[in-house]
Design a protein around this ligand. Structure first.
Ligand SMILES: N[C@@H](CCC(=O)N[C@@H](CS)C(=O)NCC(=O)O)C(=O)O
Length: 222
């Protein structure tokens, strides 16, 4: 029986895009179901009753939630281009960075826009970004994954693409080439990867203001 893969998505979500990159890397065909996050479908609520969020991947009827968990599932089920390292220690290190990006970095970045650019909040976000900047410097590789992208690069995709759009929409610019040369170079390489470029949402859809409102609603501290 052929695999039946469905992805519950929402226009422009960086978390959905993570999963799309992973599916693209493995060349998996899937059906994308677009959700209205202000009027979620019964299916989404049924498949992700705890968080009620996209992305949700449904593989042969089995739902999986949380983008980084979904990516690990994809990597386990479909062979081909690996997304996580095979070595158990390297794999644990990649998971560590993925978790750091979600728990520390992205939260700190969202707070900047929620706080309308409070200087202290910007300083805290820069502190987290500096950790990633140093990691890239120490590794000395093109990507966090080495010569090719891996889970860590995919997790950090928000920094490569969406962050700039939010800076533009809010006119709060704090990630510069001077301050973060390695991150800037990495971001450029990341968005130009074929598997990434093919699935990134267009810069004008959904409008930046929509994304900003969505992120503020969820993570912003007014
Ligand atoms: N930690 C989740 C975050 C997913 C997330 O925040 N999704 C947003 C869209 S960008 C969502 O579905 N929001 C709906 C809501 O919070 O009600 C993941 O990695 O999948």
């Amino acid at each position: 029986m052929a695999d039946k893969v469905k992805l519950y998505a929402a226009g422009g979500s960086p978390f959905v895009c993570r999963v799309q990159i992973a599916l693209n890397m493995k060349e998996i065909k899937y059906e994308k179901l677009e959700e209205d996050l202000h009027n979620k479908s019964a299916d989404l609520l049924n498949y992700n009753p705890i968080h009620k969020k996209v992305p949700v991947l449904v593989h042969n009827g089995n739902p999986i939630s949380e983008s980084l968990v979904i990516i690990e599932y994809i990597d386990d089920v479909w062979k081909g281009v690996p997304i996580l390292p095979q070595d158990p220690y390297e794999k644990a290190v990649a998971r560590f960075w993925g978790k750091f990006i979600d728990d520390k970095c992205i939260i700190a970045l969202f707070k900047v826009f929620g706080s309308h650019g409070d200087e202290q909040v910007i300083a805290e976000a820069c502190e987290q970004l500096q950790i990633l900047e140093n990691e890239l410097k120490v590794k000395g590789t093109k990507f966090f994954g080495g010569d090719n992208i891996n889970l860590v690069d995919i997790a950090a995709g928000f920094i490569a693409y969406w962050l700039g759009m939010l800076e533009e929409a809010t006119e709060i610019k704090f990630v510069t080439k001077d301050k973060f040369p390695k991150i800037t170079e990495w971001a450029d390489n990341f968005v130009n990867c074929r598997v990434v470029k093919e699935v990134l949402p267009p810069r004008e859809y959904p409008p930046k203001e929509y994304l900003l409102a969505l992120f503020k609603e969820q993570f912003g501290k007014e």
